[in-house]
Design a binder for this molecule. Structure first.
Ligand SMILES: [Zn+2]
Ligand SMILES: [Zn+2]
Length: 172
């Protein structure tokens, strides 16, 4: 997998220690829920992926989701250039699945949104499987792959990604 470490994406340090997770039932897939530039998939635009990840971390840590998070809420973030950005990572409780649902599944964000870029390309799907395999290998994630909308009232991760999840979340 092509992993981008927190140092490489210039992540801010978490403001307190993560709650440790021994294992999970699996992984839940998310999208940004906002606008992602339609041309993000172009190879020259990978720099913008780092900007998006830093913006999301900033938003989560400044209370943009109603609550001030200690870090970006996601375990990992995948981009349409087949890169995976380290978020909270394996064995850390995420903060993206909804209250009471975070210890059950790691949370992986795909950089697609509800407008602009809404359909995952093949490289993004490969990156998602890379992230899922990494969380199984290093974080004792179980075999479930679900969407944020499973068990929580949200449109996330959007219909195109949710259809892929329902088909078995396999490599294209
Ligand atoms: Zn979500
Ligand atoms: Zn990218």
């Amino acid at each position: 997998m092509s992993l981008i470490t927190r140092a490489e994406w210039h992540a801010k340090k978490p403001t307190s220690e993560y709650t440790r997770l021994e294992s999970t039932k699996g992984v839940k897939i998310h999208y940004t829920g906002g606008k992602v530039p339609a041309d993000l998939t172009e190879s020259a635009n990978h720099d913008k992926c780092g900007d998006l990840v830093r913006d999301i971390q900033k938003m989560h840590m400044s209370g943009g989701r109603g609550e001030t998070y200690i870090d970006i809420g996601y375990s990992m973030v995948c981009c349409p250039h087949r890169y995976t950005f380290m978020g909270r990572g394996p064995h850390a409780l995420p903060a993206a699945n909804g209250a009471g649902l975070n210890s059950g599944h790691y949370a992986v964000l795909a950089l697609v949104g509800s407008s602009g870029l809404t359909e995952p390309n093949d490289d993004l799907l490969h990156a998602l499987v890379d992230a899922i395999e990494h969380l199984r290998e290093h974080g004792d994630a179980g075999n479930e792959v679900k969407g944020h909308r499973d068990g929580f009232a949200t449109s996330c991760p959007g219909d195109p990604l949710y259809d892929w999840v329902r088909r078995g979340a396999e490599r294209p």
